[in-house]
Design a binder for this molecule. Structure first.
Ligand SMILES: Cc1ncc(COP(=O)(O)O)c(C=O)c1O
Length: 387
């Protein structure tokens, strides 16, 4: 009966990482593979209080948290988004079911089959999956320690490339951990204005900065930008609450597409998120503690990796986020993973984040988010044994 499946259902690729995660559920496996945030940072007590208030105080919320709501999202949450993002009005903010849905909506609103779309090489797998559902012509532009090579993009634009949009994770990118420098953001904004494409900036990790100073979002530099955000790394991913803030001409199409997909994001989740996010006293304490957890782990993994692999490894210490990216001289990371799983340790080989035969074969992504420094040191010992 598989013949009944649509071409889209048959050709949509499953994420190698999700497939791998299924194999890693045994407790003695040390996984550097997943993209899960540190569960001990989830503000469970404050969320319980929010849920109680949202469901318990008829005067504050009525039964709105259990009723259907507007596709655009709950007003209090749209107002919070507009208040934390520069140059944003509540009417421009669409609440989405995680930023993953935001990506799906934005790409479907913009891309017809065969349209050129620029992505970073390597890029976030979930964005590639959402994008590939629209059958674009993918143009992959390399990255370095300062993010996307905007000079390479500029040369391709001069040579005639005319993309509809460009997808970037500007802060602590998944998978490389790199941050797009201020100078490159300014240049990229000028290119978007000049050549008339939209910059899709996806920023789930900006809140996890543990070193250095914040770089302004691209939306402050050009009107040709749409910004995606999420509570997934800020509060907890199980809420499935994210947002898209974009130009007026795009907004109506995003709302129509979302309506057909899920009517609206969970009212209960939105009300709980809004209650916690708008508690300034709680949030300032939470934001002050959150990045420190990740810094300790990032430093522990970076130190162990560089000691274990020495000259053979090229790796940049990140200033935030959840990932370390490495290039290993003479090591095929797909073959290494097979041996590593036998040693009960896992990571994601670089080929998952690239498109095109053999690209990223000597690269790999390591998440430091969910293991303690002692577990990270043990994981690196196992990785070394499997190399
Ligand atoms: C770059 C990036 N964008 C978007 C997402 C999706 O996040 P969510 O749908 O939980 O908001 C992720 C999750 O790992 C990510 O790494």
């Amino acid at each position: 009966m598989e013949r009944l499946l649509s071409t889209r259902a048959r050709t949509t690729t499953s994420s190698t990482i999700r497939d791998l995660l299924k194999l890693l559920e045994q407790p003695d496996v040390l996984s550097l593979a997943g993209g899960l945030p540190a569960a001990e940072t989830f503000p469970v007590a404050r969320m319980r209080e929010a849920a109680q208030r949202v469901l318990g105080e008829a005067g504050t919320y009525g039964s709105a948290a259990l009723q259907y709501g507007p596709t655009e999202g709950v007003a209090a949450l749209r107002e919070w988004v507009a208040a934390v993002l520069p140059n944003a009005m509540p009417e421009q903010a669409l609440i989405t079911t995680g930023s993953q849905q935001g990506l799906d909506l934005v790409f479907h609103a913009l891309v017809d089959p065969g349209d050129a779309v620029v992505v970073e090489a390597p890029s976030y797998v979930g964005a590639l999956q959402a994008l590939e559902a629209t059958s674009p012509e993918l143009v992959m532009i390399p990255m370095d320690g300062d993010g996307l090579r905007v000079d390479v993009l500029a040369a391709q634009l001069r040579a005639g490339l005319r993309p509809k949009c460009l997808y970037t994770v500007p802060n602590f990118q998944n998978p490389t951990g790199a941050t797009l420098s201020y100078e490159r953001r300014v240049e990229l904004a000028a290119l978007a204005d000049r050549y008339g494409f939209l910059v899709v900036e996806d920023d789930p990790y900006g809140v996890l900065r543990f070193r250095g100073s914040r770089v302004p979002l691209m939306r402050t530099m050009t009107e040709h930008a749409v910004t995606l955000g999420t509570v997934s790394k800020l509060l907890a991913p199980g809420l499935r609450v994210g947002w898209v803030v974009g130009p007026e001409w795009l907004f109506g199409s995003l709302v129509k597409l979302k309506q057909a997909r899920d009517l609206h994001t969970s009212s209960l989740s939105q009300h709980v998120a809004a209650d916690v996010l708008s508690d300034e006293t709680f949030m300032s304490g939470h934001l002050a503690r959150l990045p420190g957890v990740y810094r300790t782990r990032a430093d522990a993994l970076y130190t162990s990796m560089t000691e274990a692999f020495g000259e053979r490894l090229q790796m940049v210490a990140p200033d935030g986020g959840m990932f370390l990216w490495g290039r290993f001289d003479g090591l095929d990371t797909n073959a290494w993973l097979q041996r590593a799983v036998r040693e009960r340790v896992a990571f994601v080989p670089g080929t998952s984040f690239h498109r095109g035969e053999g690209r990223g074969r000597d690269e790999a992504r390591f998440s430091f988010a969910t293991l303690t420094p002692a577990q990270l040191a043990e994981a690196v010992g196992r990785l070394r044994a499997a190399a």
